[in-house]
Ligand binder design. Structure first.
Ligand code: GN1
Ligand code: MG
Length: 334
């Protein structure tokens, strides 16, 4: 590995000697390393999963457009900075290099004040990117939040496991928000599409500093970003927790996140009604995605063992059930 990192360092013309390489395991798709050079500078070296992102060049073009837009429109917002090779490319054998933004991410967050600030930061991000002309960004994973398609794919696998039965029963309810946006395509906007807790960096005082992971910034369903963020911020556990008795939705966390989010975003009354249903839709969709990947041999999400995607699916099924149980309380507190 060290030889490869040294090649990448040279290809991207980074000066200094490599002193430390640490594998980061939070991301579920790419291979990611934090690289320290003797100049004191710290970089992220990341190999893109081209089975998931079939056109990594298009991903980088999108990111360049998004970061340039943010730097111009919201200069106070820190964003990602990628390096180019001598020939001007952002990729070398599907590896890319970016500055490591100082800050820490969390898989689960318990401080309500921090969660409220996170809601405001993510809301501000959504507000900012929604101004990008959708024609400028390529759909780098087609049907990425096509909830109906994920459910149809699962049905086609004819699984008789209990998880398949629960999920199938939920299909129509889970697809309501997606179907609404299919009928009102003018409401689709540029969104983050992966607005989970760990895609926000915080400083040591718990203030959010930057939204990271811009790979899937493209046209999407605005309320799904809210749903995804609530799914991860308001959960009692992270999605790998196997003990289902611990899995649940914390309403205080939900209220904290939602108040921050709504301080930065605006919706028509019609769209606002979809915010809470979207929390269920995105969670059920992710359960289907994990479960389908398990049934198909774990080709999409990174796993440490063959059962991990099944454990994740069960966790998200339980969380989706908890979301349904608390739906009216969430509605009331919006
Ligand atoms: C994946 O790679 P990562 O961890 O940022 C996935 C998201 C899921 C998330 C669940 C391109 O994101 O859709 O919500 O895992 N990204 C892709 O943790 O499929
Ligand atoms: Mg991602």
């Amino acid at each position: 590995m060290e030889l490869l990192f040294e090649t990448i360092r040279q290809v991207f013309a980074l000066s200094g000697e490599l002193t430390e390489a640490v594998r980061l395991t939070e991301g579920g798709i790419h291979d990611t390393y934090r690289i320290r050079l003797d100049t004191g500078k710290i970089y992220i070296f990341q190999k893109m999963h081209t089975g998931v992102f079939r056109n990594p060049e298009a991903v980088m073009q999108n990111i360049m457009h998004v970061t340039a837009y943010l730097e111009n429109d919201n200069p106070e917002m820190q964003t990602l900075h990628f390096y180019r090779t001598d020939s001007g490319a952002y990729l070398y054998q599907n590896w890319r290099v970016m500055d490591c933004i100082p800050g820490r991410s969390c898989k689960i967050c318990h401080d309500l004040n921090q969660i409220r600030k996170a809601g405001a930061m993510f809301g501000k991000f959504q507000n900012a990117v929604s101004g990008i002309d959708a024609n400028r960004l390529k759909p780098v994973i087609s049907g990425f939040h096509d909830t109906r398609n994920y459910f149809d794919q699962l049905l086609n696998l004819h699984s008789d496991l209990p998880e398949a039965q629960i999920l199938t029963k939920w299909q129509e309810q889970a697809c309501e928000v997606f179907d609404y946006y299919q009928k009102h395509k003018n409401l689709l906007k540029i969104t983050h599409n992966d607005m989970k807790c760990s895609n926000l960096l915080f400083d040591s005082s718990g203030n959010p500093v930057a939204v990271i992971d811009l790979d899937t910034v493209m046209s999407g369903i605005p309320v799904y970003d809210f749903g995804d963020a609530v799914r991860s911020f308001a959960s009692n556990t992270n999605s790998s927790e196997p003990d289902l008795s611990k899995v649940g939705l914390n309403l205080d966390k939900f209220r904290a996140f939602a108040s921050g989010w709504l301080s930065q975003t605006e919706y028509s009354s019609e769209e606002r009604k979809l915010l809470i249903p979207a929390v269920f839709s995105v969670t059920a969709e992710l359960a289907v995605r994990y479960f389908t990947d398990y049934l198909q041999g774990n080709l999409y999400f990174k796993t440490d063992n063959p059962e991990q995607n099944l454990i994740r699916a069960r966790n998200q099924i339980r969380l989706a059930q908890e979301i349904l149980n608390h739906q009216s309380e969430m509605e009331k507190s919006l």
